[in-house]
Design a protein around this ligand. Structure first.
Ligand code: ARG
Length: 289
């Protein structure tokens, strides 16, 4: 009998998937919800007769900021402005890639003044700001994923703006059509899990037109697919740092899937903001330098 030398028998230890997920520290821009409220209806979640508990909203928002800081992320704040109740949704203000800022142009007249306030913040922070010619709601509809910028249209941001984004950054922009009014922004139906060219994503397929679904399948064959329950719980409105996923606690099935894929869910409840149709990602603008 030939005996195997012991060094061949010794079990080599590979890192588990969970151990291999490496977070990248992020820089976020946020806006305190001092003037948050539901004063008009521009998406199906909003009912102007809904009362908002501003103290509860502030507490929930602060818990999100604390969670970001506790995980090593930098958080900058822009001063909130009275009469701009949606200004807390910082993600709509811009797309920032490699220190270049592509500003916003809101669909709803009520939100249009927000662009100037955010632009002033960016300028004071040393950035030049490009003002789009067509309706474009920042990271609400523009999601950098690997080699592409994924871009939502159908309710807010226009295809013309997608072309402007491509021209400005020189990055291929993939237009995706949203078809369900509850998921009116791309960031309510899809989020990115990690960096790098092979970045993976999570999405709720039924929020997209059949053709756009096929595009997502082709580009991200290993994507994590979420259910309607996850999506209605704002689970797709998550922020990932490559390891930790800041996620709505209601998206339980999705959180379980993420654990199986080696990610660490960090539940943060922003239920008061759901009344305006926004969650974690909506409140978070990433500044990529
Ligand atoms: N009430 C806001 C609107 O309808 C919510 C914006 C949510 N932001 C987002 N990034 N999805 O415009």
């Amino acid at each position: 009998m030939v005996s195997t030398p012991s060094r061949h028998r010794r079990k080599r230890r590979y890192p588990s998937v969970a151990e291999s997920r490496v977070p990248r520290p992020r820089r976020f821009l946020v806006c305190e919800p001092s003037h948050f409220g539901v004063q008009y209806a521009i998406n199906p979640w909003m009912h102007p007769d809904t009362s908002v508990d501003v103290d509860l909203a502030r507490g929930q928002w602060q818990a999100l900021i604390n969670a970001y800081r506790a995980h090593g992320h930098t958080v900058d704040t822009v001063q909130p402005v009275a009469d701009l109740p949606d200004m807390v949704f910082a993600a709509n203000s811009a797309l920032v890639l490699a220190g270049r800022v592509f500003g916003s142009y809101f669909h709803a007249p009520q939100r249009r003044p927000e662009s100037t306030v955010y632009d002033s913040w960016f300028k004071a922070a040393g950035f030049d700001v490009y003002r789009p010619e067509s309706v474009c709601e920042g990271e609400g509809d523009l999601v950098p994923a690997g080699r592409y910028v994924l871009a939502g249209t159908g309710f807010r941001t226009t295809v013309e703006a997608h072309r402007e984004v491509q021209e400005f950054f020189g990055v291929p922009v993939i237009s995706l059509r949203l078809v369900d009014p509850y998921f009116y922004h791309l960031d309510t139906a899809l989020f990115v899990l990690d960096d790098g060219h092979e970045a993976n994503i999570v999405y709720y397929p039924e929020a997209f037109s059949p053709g756009s679904r096929e595009v997502l399948q082709r580009l991200f064959p290993n994507a994590v697919l979420a259910t309607r329950e996850d999506a209605l719980a704002f689970g797709l409105n998550s922020v990932s740092d490559g390891r930790h996923v800041f996620i709505s606690p209601g998206a339980t099935a999705l959180a379980d899937q993420l654990v199986r894929h080696g990610y660490v869910p960090v539940p943060v409840d922003l239920s008061e903001f759901f009344k305006a149709g926004g969650g974690i990602k909506c409140c978070t603008q990433e500044i990529r330098s």
